[in-house]
Design a protein around this ligand. Structure first.
Ligand code: ISE
Length: 336
């Protein structure tokens, strides 16, 4: 069976996934594309031999679509996800699940009522070979008790539309999720620290870099450098400090080049480049589940909800500079 995919949202990540479906993914074909920008939908439909829609609900309910792939902006996710659930179609949704935890709670309620997982969330880092190896080392106990984690999330630049809050609820979301994945425990508090110095490359409305401090249930302390105008590349770092060993993600490039200019290593320039393998693997995972009629697995709505709760606390801290606790309701059995 070839899964007929309806993809909503033809921005940067939507376009990247379209190419992935065409060139990498097996067992699926994008049969419908949807964007409120009619030209974008028409152009993509022509290029990928799909039908153009301008209204998400119409596409979701169309017989051309078996599974819904959401790459639209966060504020419309809740409506589109619930429409897909109502249509009985499995959903892949790019992060964030929703911009606020309250909206995510409505999705949890709907899934719990359905009694099965209906959605895979696009926290692609969980499919990255580096993070998976890091997790295995931690789970095997080779690093001993984990004490600290140092993370850095560096983007070469961000568009004018990037707000101060997005450092927390658009960028740091990835670290928030991966910390929970690596440590198998929740984050209990957040504090956002605004260094007095900021880069001249950032637009005036931004505070860049920012440092976010998280603490987990067992007391692991994590610092996350968010530097979204770092200029030189897309650089994601993670160093786990354990009682017996320090384990870190390595450089990602496959080769180095020696020349008169010295020894050079390429640095990725975007998340699409850095996490290409992870994106391929998460999408194939989704398609394989749909094809085999299996329940959704991988990052869940619950993961999205918990990340949104941490983000809400982070946004409060961004305003007042104080440490904010994260209160997480009991996890429904469905997600255990
Ligand atoms: C963007 O939305 C992403 O998800 C990227 O992975 C992240 O690096 C970037 O900072 C976000 O704006």
């Amino acid at each position: 069976m070839t899964v007929k995919i309806g993809l909503i949202g033809l921005g940067m990540i939507g376009q990247d996934h379209l190419k992935r479906f065409k060139n990498v993914i097996t067992g699926a074909q994008v049969t419908a594309v949807c964007d409120i920008n009619h030209t974008a939908a028409d152009v993509a439909a022509r290029e990928f031999n799909a039908t153009a829609f301008y209204d998400a609900e119409e596409m979701i309910n169309s017989e051309l679509v078996d599974a819904v792939f959401i790459c639209s902006i966060g504020p419309v996710h809740k409506t589109q996800i619930l429409a897909a659930f109502n249509a009985g179609k499995p959903v892949f949704c790019e992060k964030p699940l929703t911009p606020t935890a309250d909206e995510s709670a409505a999705i949890i309620d709907a899934e719990v009522r359905a009694g099965k997982r209906l959605l895979q969330l696009g926290f692609m880092r969980r499919f990255d070979p580096g993070y998976q190896a890091l997790k295995k080392t931690i789970d095997d106990g080779k690093a001993g008790d984990i004490l600290l984690i140092h993370c850095a999330h560096r983007n070469p630049s961000v568009p004018e539309s990037y707000t101060l809050e997005m450092a927390v609820n658009d960028s740091a979301t990835h670290e928030i999720d991966i910390i929970r994945y690596l440590l198998n425990e929740n984050i209990t508090s957040v504090r956002v620290d605004k260094p007095r110095k900021k880069t001249q490359r950032a637009l005036p409305h931004l505070q860049d870099p920012l440092i976010i401090i998280f603490e987990t249930e067992s007391g692991v302390r994590i610092d996350d450098e968010l530097f979204v105008n770092c200029h030189y590349g897309y650089d994601i770092r993670c160093e786990v400090i354990g009682e017996n060993a320090i384990v870190a993600l390595t450089e990602q490039q496959l080769i180095s080049t020696r020349s008169l200019n010295g020894n050079a290593q390429h640095i990725a320039q975007s998340c699409m480049e850095r996490f290409a393998t992870a994106y391929d693997r998460e999408v194939q995972h989704f398609v394989d589940n749909v094809r085999k009629g299996r329940e959704m697995s991988g990052p869940s709505s619950w993961d999205g909800y918990v990340v949104a709760l941490v983000c809400d606390a982070g946004l409060a801290s961004l305003k007042d500079g104080l440490k904010h606790d994260v209160i997480i309701p009991p996890q429904p059995a469905l997600y255990r």
